[in-house]
Write a protein that binds this ligand. Structure first.
Ligand SMILES: *Cc1c(COP(=O)(O)O)cnc(C)c1O
Length: 461
């Protein structure tokens, strides 16, 4: 499999090259040159496979030039051995036609572990083979940072610098990042908010020559992350009768990475009736899917901080598909968007989008009431991100196909809401019992790009 850019002008790369890169050189995102289409019998033959076995089958066509079945199997087994649930991603019935896919049994209690445990292992495998070292720089509002650090803490060929906004990530999230003692992990707390951290990272990627190592991105512009997430769509749907019977998915969405993996699963042949985009009150995606109104506004802090986004980076990958993979159209649309802050799709594209996608938004009060009613009706405590997914499933789900809500975080990762609404503090899983008592290690820096850069260059000496 080769990979092409959504803007059509960057060189075509193989899997190994896209694992260790960020944005394409033309500003686009890498996507597979073709999407493998699977016969129904093939998907049928996957029934009953373990999560790990299924992961190998689903991912092999995307990596075949660089990893053979044996190598991929080893990386998959290693990546999911750190999950606490024996079946990795348990599917639970919430009510008659509604299910919850619990994606929070990894080391840092959010679905991002699915991709980042795997990415850490793949990176080290590829870099070991090439005898190369890389530097990862990232910005986090909480979940990406903890999952990336957990995924890379044992990488011999990676130095990781993670910027988080001082005082603006939750206590649990900060401890998950700062209590990891590996020499290759560097936490930097910036005296500012998340957007400033993100801007500094972006400008380091634009001018990466301040260090002598390649810079690698671990946010979901990295295709490896999307690829690893395709697996659980198959895993859940197969348990509910696919490929003979279709299912729908409701996905708490921010940067559109998770739900884009569902879109790829659909294109590979998994029968999905609806992909429901759940947003919080930062609803640019809901406005697009309901009203063709993709317009940049400010970001409001909400109870579901990992979905507090202004624009959605992976949305470009969907547009590329909806515009029949015409890179020139995407370049024009994205250029217009960056000057005007607004993007309007053609009627034809909207019709196509709405055939598969639906959407709903949940503001903070709705999130509270969903947490309340899910506890009262189903005796189930849900985190505030998953609550947006449950809400969207209720709003949009009109037929009798089963709907699977992706549960993206463990309720103990965001305990304040459950405490407020239910008067219950969900306990941390045992391996994190003493998390808040562990020693923290991080350096605090001002919101100043040059200072951050010299911090990084000094650490690399
Ligand atoms: C990152 C995250 C999301 C949003 O996922 P995207 O792939 O950015 O759409 C939702 N919920 C939680 C808990 C997250 O950490």
């Amino acid at each position: 499999m080769r990979y092409i850019s959504t803007r059509g002008k960057a060189p075509t790369l193989n899997f190994e090259a896209i694992v260790t890169s960020g944005l394409a050189s033309d500003g686009g995102l890498y996507v597979p040159e073709t999407i493998p289409e699977l016969a129904e019998e093939k998907i049928q033959s996957w029934k009953g496979l373990s999560y790990q076995e299924l992961a190998v089958e689903v991912m092999l066509p995307f990596v075949d030039e660089c990893l053979d079945r044996d190598a991929l199997t080893k990386l998959v087994n290693k990546s999911y051995s750190t999950f606490r649930a024996p079946d990795v991603a348990p599917l639970k019935k919430l009510s008659d036609n509604t299910y919850v896919l619990e994606l929070f049994h990894g080391p840092t209690l959010a679905f991002k572990d699915f991709a980042l445990q795997f990415l850490g292992n793949v990176l080290d495998y590829v870099l070991d083979k090439r005898q190369e070292n890389v530097v990862i720089v990232g910005a986090t509002s909480g979940d990406t940072g903890s999952a990336a650090i957990a995924g890379c803490q044992h990488c011999k060929h990676v130095q990781l610098f993670m910027l988080h906004p001082f005082g603006r990530v939750s206590n649990v999230q900060r401890h998950q990042m700062t209590t990891i003692l590996s020499n290759n992990i560097h936490n930097i707390s910036i005296d500012s908010h998340f957007d400033d951290c993100q801007d500094m990272v972006k400008s380091m990627f634009r001018n990466g020559d301040f260090i002598d190592y390649p810079l690698v991105a671990v946010n979901s512009i990295n295709w490896t992350r999307i690829m690893a997430q395709i697996v659980y769509y198959f895993y859940a749907a197969l348990q509910l009768g696919a490929p003979e019977k279709p299912v729908s998915f409701s996905v708490p969405t921010g940067n559109f990475g998770d739900i884009f993996a569902g879109y790829i699963a659909h294109r590979m042949g998994l029968p999905i009736n609806k992909l429901i985009v759940a947003t919080n009150s930062n609803d640019i995606l809901h406005r697009f899917f309901s009203n063709n109104d993709y317009r940049k506004t400010g970001v409001d802090p909400t109870l579901s901080p990992s979905m507090d986004i202004q624009i959605s980076s992976n949305f470009e990958r969907l547009l590329f598909e909806l515009y029949n993979r015409d890179g020139a159209s995407i370049e024009r649309l994205m250029d217009d968007f960056s000057t005007s802050g607004k993007l309007t799709a053609s009627d034809e594209v909207m019709t196509k989008a709405q055939q598969l996608f639906d959407s709903a938004k949940a503001d903070d009060n709705t999130i509270r009431s969903v947490i309340r009613s899910t506890y009262d009706d189903n005796n189930y405590i849900t985190d505030p991100h998953t609550a947006t997914g449950i809400h969207a499933a209720r709003e949009c789900h009109k037929d009798n196909t089963p709907v699977i809500v992706l549960s993206t975080a463990h309720p103990a990762k965001f305990p304040d809401v459950a405490q407020e609404v239910l008067n219950i503090t969900p306990p941390l899983p045992e391996h994190l019992n003493d998390l808040l008592d562990r020693d923290e290690h991080y350096d605090q820096l001002p919101n100043n790009l040059e200072k951050v850069k010299s911090y990084i260059t000094e650490k690399l000496q």
